[in-house]
Design a protein around this ligand. Structure first.
Ligand code: SF4
Length: 310
């Protein structure tokens, strides 16, 4: 099920997310959890141009609306999306004022908070639950991998158990929960990736985002890729068709109750060290996946209970 369709049904019109930067830092950079951050991370890659923390939140919302209108993306409803950094990494009073400023804006119909699974507390969940009584609220956790060995290797600073707990505590508050996964992290082969979908299903998510690993310039991941390219599925001639086939396999094993928001990342090319499938637009990619699924006679979840045997 496509996330856009789910949101349109829920709201009764077209919904547009507005990425907002509240200037949050990250515990995996400032030493609370770790230093240096996740080995793949280049925060700049995730922020659209209108989204700069020096501008007030209200101004960012207004610029974001103009940004999308200028590109012909009209919407009936707008949702503020705290995307960059760890958007629960602040004391609850300051978070409350940030969330309030966004969600109380008359043009805004909801709030999505992107964060790490190890950065949630009952106090913050109280706050989100309360806000959810008036408007749509969701939390999007960066989980990235279901395998602890991978999470350790990319210096993520939390394990998969932490993600299981965060998702279940958030769901218990009646708040929607999504998660983000990177396809092709080092050490994970095709079989690992598809077999891992059963663990994603067990989380009880409302929505999910997948995207291919993109390797950014001047990151620890760039060095690792240079030294050990064979540890990456996207090395050695992995082509767009291979990724489409992999995505089809992921979708076929994915619970049909989970809305799929994204399958491809489109970072600015100048930030990329190696262009893992760069150049294709998301809507073009989506069309190719739909066509490939049709050609297989497949639908989301049709292999969910069949396990994965490669
Ligand atoms: S990916 Fe997220 S958690 Fe990791 S270093 Fe970047 S901002 Fe921090």
């Amino acid at each position: 099920m496509e996330y856009g369709v789910v949101m349109r049904r829920r709201f009764g019109g077209r919904v547009q997310k507005l990425a907002i930067d509240a200037g949050m830092t990250c515990p995996n950079r400032d030493g609370k959890v770790g230093y240096g951050g996740c080995t793949f991370c280049l925060n700049e890659a995730f922020s659209p141009s209108y989204c700069r923390e020096q501008i007030s939140l209200t101004k960012q919302l207004e610029r974001a609306v103009e940004f999308h209108l200028a590109r012909g993306r009209r919407a009936d409803y707008y949702i503020a999306y705290l995307q960059s950094g760890t958007n629960t990494y602040m004391d609850a009073d300051r978070l409350s004022s940030i969330y309030d400023e966004l969600i109380s804006h008359p043009a805004i119909s909801g709030l999505i908070v992107g964060t790490r699974p190890d950065c949630i507390s009952s106090e913050i969940l109280d706050l989100l639950e309360e806000l959810s009584h008036d408007k749509y609220v969701a939390v999007e956790y960066g989980v990235e991998s279901v395998y602890d060995a991978t999470l350790q290797r990319v210096n993520r600073g939390h394990d998969f158990r932490c993600a299981i707990d965060a998702v279940s505590q958030t769901k218990a508050r009646g708040v929607d929960v999504g998660a983000h996964f990177i396809v092709g992290l080092p050490g994970e082969g095709r079989d690992d990736i598809v077999a891992g979908v059963a663990k994603i299903n067990a989380l009880g998510l409302d929505f999910v985002k997948f995207h291919q690993l993109q390797i950014y310039r001047a990151t620890a991941m760039e060095r690792e890729y240079t030294e050990n390219p064979d540890d990456f599925i996207f090395a050695n001639g992995f082509a767009l068709e291979d990724y489409i086939a992999l995505v089809c396999d992921i979708l076929r094993h994915l619970d049909p109750a989970i809305a799929v928001e994204r399958l491809l990342s489109q970072a600015p090319r100048h930030l990329l060290s190696s262009s893992s499938l760069g150049g294709i637009r998301s809507d073009d990619f989506r069309g190719r996946v739909v066509a490939a699924m049709r050609a297989l006679g497949a639908v989301q979840g049709d292999m969910m209970d069949k396990g994965y045997c490669g």
